[in-house]
Design a protein around this ligand. Structure first.
Ligand code: PEP
Ligand code: MN
Length: 346
């Protein structure tokens, strides 16, 4: 931390600041310039910098080390690879996670799993418990939905990711899913973060619609401080002053997260844009920008979907997108899997 004193700060004021920081466990390095005295504070515990800023004679306080530690790139400079069965997230291959917004029926999820797998997806997504903005909207099939997801995924050798909404659902999710999704609305549900951090299950943590990158990494830190280091961060669009699309996809968050953290980065262009005609360009940009995985909504009959039909890709759009993404992945020295023809998997 750097403390810059006002030009006219007195020796007494400077000593007061130094005493306070020493009491907080910092080592102080003082540099007296022609106009300003600058104090470098090293070590010490995590403090609210405003407490120092409010002391008379202090001009500004600049934090130079990140408040998150386990999630920071310095903790694991080579990057984290999350290996689940034969799928590695964070390696050279860009992983496609695809499926419906919500599980509606066994037939629906079976058909979509087949389509996803036939085009190279490795993970089947689908909500069984939905965080709907309105209490009157469809809330998901619950355990039945998780069962259908598991059955469909197993038939096509896919992994399952699904959103967990509260700690009491943990026993259920442990049984059915491979990756626990913590949704954007729950990014700062610290109780949930702590509880999923105690489990031995990878977590896909979505950035909150109004969360900064630092707040997102601090949410990841909550999970990791419980012992679970297999966390991926998902950019799914943030709320800005631009109303045209559902959210604004923060493309720069991808390289920034890759610089600040060792955790794999997932991009969700479906919730970011809210319209299927805008999903493909953002998905392509995300792979070009360095995303390790994509989370995309696909539906076999989006016009009749119970949730987020407008942003769900049609089967042929998904197929075309996968073909393009393979080319983009290659251009940025990555790979993307080709599909498994449905007849091979049965
Ligand atoms: C979802 O992925 O189904 C979802 C609800 O996303 P988000 O939490 O990003 O809104
Ligand atoms: Mn959705």
């Amino acid at each position: 931390m750097i403390i810059v004193m006002e030009e006219n700060a007195t020796d007494e004021q400077i000593s007061l600041v130094i005493d306070r920081l020493v009491r907080l466990g910092f080592d102080i390095h003082r540099s007296t310039g022609v106009r300003h005295t600058v104090l470098g504070a090293v070590g010490g515990r995590i403090i609210d910098t405003r407490d120092i800023e409010l002391i008379d004679g202090v001009k500004e306080v600049l934090r130079i080390s990140a408040p998150y530690k386990l999630a920071s790139r310095a903790f694991k400079p080579d990057g984290t690879r999350i290996k689940i069965r034969d799928v590695t997230i964070g390696g050279p291959e860009v992983i496609m996670m695809a499926g419906p917004c919500t599980v509606e029926s066994r037939d629906q999820v079976m058909a979509i799993a087949e389509l996803a797998s036939a085009n190279g997806a490795k993970v089947l997504r689908g909500g069984a418990f939905k965080p709907r903005t309105s209490p009157y909207s469809f809330q998901g099939l619950g355990e039945e939905g998780l069962k259908y997801l598991r059955q469909a995924a197993d038939r096509h050798d896919l992994l399952v990711v699904s959103e967990i909404m509260e700690p009491s659902q943990i026993p259920l999710f442990i049984r059915y899913v491979d990756i626990l999704q913590v949704g954007a609305r729950n990014m700062q549900n610290f109780n949930l973060l702590r509880e999923v951090g105690r489990l031995n299950k990878p977590v896909l943590l979505k950035r909150g619609p109004a969360a900064t990158i630092e707040e997102t990494l601090l949410a990841a830190e909550y999970i990791m401080s419980g012992g679970s280091h297999e966390v991926m961060i998902c950019e799914r669009g943030i709320r800005t002053f631009e109303p045209y699309l559902r959210n604004t996809f923060d493309i720069s968050a991808i390289p920034v997260l890759k610089k600040l953290s060792h955790l794999p980065v997932v991009a969700d262009p479906s919730h970011a844009t809210g319209r299927r005609d805008k999903v493909a360009p953002i998905a392509q940009a995300a792979v070009a920008a360095g995303a390790d995985a994509l989370l995309i909504e696909v539906h076999n009959d989006p016009d009749n979907a119970l949730c987020d039909g407008a942003q769900s890709l049609l089967p042929d759009q998904f197929e075309r997108l996968m073909t393009k993404l393979r080319l983009i992945a290659e251009a940025v020295d990555r790979t993307m899997a080709s599909g498994v023809p449905a007849t091979v998997m049965g």
